[in-house]
Ligand binder design. Sequence first.
Ligand code: CTP
Length: 400
Amino acid sequence: MLTNKRILLIIGGGIAAFKSLDLIRRLRDQGASVTPVMTKAAEEFVTPLSTSALAAQKVYRDLFDLTDEAEMGHIELSRAADLVVVAPATADLMAKMAHGHANDLASTLLMATDKRVLIAPAMNVRMWEHPATQRNLAMLRGDGVLIAGPDEGNMACGEYGPGRMSEVLDIIAAIDAALGDGPMKGRHVIVTSGPTHEPIDPVRYIANRSSGAQGTALAAALRDLGARVSFVTGPASVPPPAGVDVIRVETAAQMAEAVAAAHPADAAIFAAAVADWRVENASGSKMKKDGSGTAPALEFAENPDILAGVAQMGEGRPKLVVGFAAETDDVVANATAKRARKSCDWIVANDVSPETGIMGGHENRIVLITDDGAEEWPRLPKDEVARWLASRIATALGAG
Ligand code: CTP
């Protein structure tokens, strides 16, 4: 519930603005009050009248409105909220935020606020993938702006891909997480998850069977304790949780880069099944059979060890660094050796022999390796394992 929480909702000019009306309604159903601000472009998509009616409040639209300024100046407006939400956050609004523009009411409020800002991006897939938008996104992340979405799917413009505004309930989960009072409030945790795909050529890749289920459950459990979660995920088969900052990557090298960009963090949890090697001689165009009957020889190069890199980073190292070990033999001995080799604080080890049904399944049976030795946990559903682990992480950070 969001009882008595005050949300300043900035509505940008995109087709997804229609979803903001539903967002207002649902926020109010949960007990929040919503003060809407509309950009000029937003008014092309939804009317100030319907926005105002649903919010049961005046809509703020103009930086130079003398009546508004007399009643509540824009500085005060930007601060009289618990959270500033931008939905939809268009490419233009994100660019303005990243570069500090203040040339209309929305951008001025975003510059003047002393509150946390959560954005729900929405735009055409090409605009989302454009290097300029991705640069702006990275800057906003660095500034501590919370990001909800975007989702992947069919878009109003007829294209398919990432760029669709998150579903309203997912934005509300993100708002809930941002305003939550859990024990991990104010802590930042990086979680890696899923497999990586290492290309052989533009249509083929090397992957593994990780579904991303355990990393996803862990990110959700940490979010539920109030943590801010940067969720760096490879192409997983389960959808990422709502209310966390999702950074999608494909290769181990991209995962390493995304993790480096997500620092500083209080804890970093490496649940991803990262490919140990990449194809060094990957082809830029599709490899063809040449009729000779000989298969192409792939050459491999070792990928950077992301976990070891963070565990051994010296200054700026997260207080708690946790690795996972998927083993098929001598689980405790191998995992204990891995913990020492990689210099991480804990290893969450499990037996992934096919007969256990753990890889790709719904349950997990882990051994937690810490300074105090090996602790065997019972076989539990993956989300239960996640809750136990999240609570142990909170305790280790002094937030339990
Ligand atoms: N890991 C990582 N980056 C890599 C490889 C692994 O961050 N390039 C992390 C995984 O996310 C996991 C842990 O390291 O938390 C263990 O991964 P694993 O592949 O089992 O470790 P290896 O050192 O490759 O050990 P081995 O191949 O002997 O099993």
